[in-house]
Design a protein around this ligand. Structure first.
Ligand code: SAH
Ligand code: DHB
Ligand code: MG
Length: 225
């Protein structure tokens, strides 16, 4: 696996271990490889979850038996495919994306993955499309992964769209430690999200740091009371 020469030693080892984990547990998936290639060819940013993180999302969805999953931030649909594959027959993934180009690439990837009956991609600003989702059909699991300044508002909206016991996961909440002293709007958004999550009495939560293919970052995990 190629890696930049200039990376610090810890990052170098973390990348090698990610390659090792992927070779063991996620290798040789033609559909996911095709989705990454199509996203790359279409010029989408290379910011989707890593293969090992995608597998984690899949396993968590399986473990909680999620029937309805919500994803905020589709990009080319890489994490969407992992999540949708975890659904039992009759399950549904709703994924929200406001960039029409990203949405078009994701739709192509969903066709190739044979998941068009399972995934509902809703185009538009997620702050608006979330508000239009029916509270009467609550979600069992949510993956928050759109613009970081929006995270506090997404948490508020998601609280009203989940059933008790639902699992909420948020990506990029550590940002190489920048959340300790936020200096840009992405780090400020993540830090505000983490603080709001900690204060909420309707969620129990923690954050797990991650290293490797996506550098030093973290995932927040919360379960609705
Ligand atoms: N979950 C994806 C990566 C998402 S990247 C994966 O791991 O494969 C974040 C995505 O959120 C981008 O495609 C971006 O266009 C989208 N996004 C940013 N702000 C948004 C908003 N306000 N509403 C909907 N989507 C938004
Ligand atoms: C960015 C967004 C992501 O969701 C991610 O996983 C990495 C980077 C970004 O906006 O820079
Ligand atoms: Mg992310």
């Amino acid at each position: 696996m190629p890696y930049p020469e200039a990376l610090p030693m810890t990052d170098d080892i973390a990348h090698r271990v990610d390659a090792y984990v992927e070779a063991l547990f996620t290798d040789g998936d033609v559909v996911l490889e095709a989705a990454l290639a199509a996203s790359r060819d279409a010029g989408l940013p290379d910011i989707q979850v890593s293969a090992a993180q995608g597998k984690l999302l899949y396993l968590l969805a399986r473990a909680c038996g999620a029937l309805r999953i919500l994803e905020i931030g589709t990009l080319g649909g890489y994490s969407s495919i992992w999540l949708a594959r975890a659904l039992p027959p009759g399950g549904r993934l709703v994924t929200l994306e406001f960039d029409p180009h990203h949405a078009a690439v994701a739709r192509g990837n969903f066709v190739r993955a044979g998941l068009t009956d399972v995934i509902e991609l809703i185009e538009g600003d997620a702050h608006e499309t979330l508000a239009a989702l029916p509270a009467a059909q609550p979600f069992d699991m949510v993956f928050i992964d759109a613009e970081k300044p929006g995270y506090p508002a997404y948490l508020e909206a998601v609280a009203g769209l989940t059933r008790p016991g639902a699992l909420v996961i948020a990506d990029n909440v550590v940002r190489e430690g920048e959340v300790l002293m936020p200096a840009d709007e992405k780090a400020r958004g993540a830090a505000a999200f983490n603080a709001a999550l900690a204060l909420r009495s309707d969620f129990e939560a923690t954050i797990i740091q991650t290293v490797g293919a996506k550098h030093h970052d973290g995932l927040a995990f919360a379960v609705r009371r």
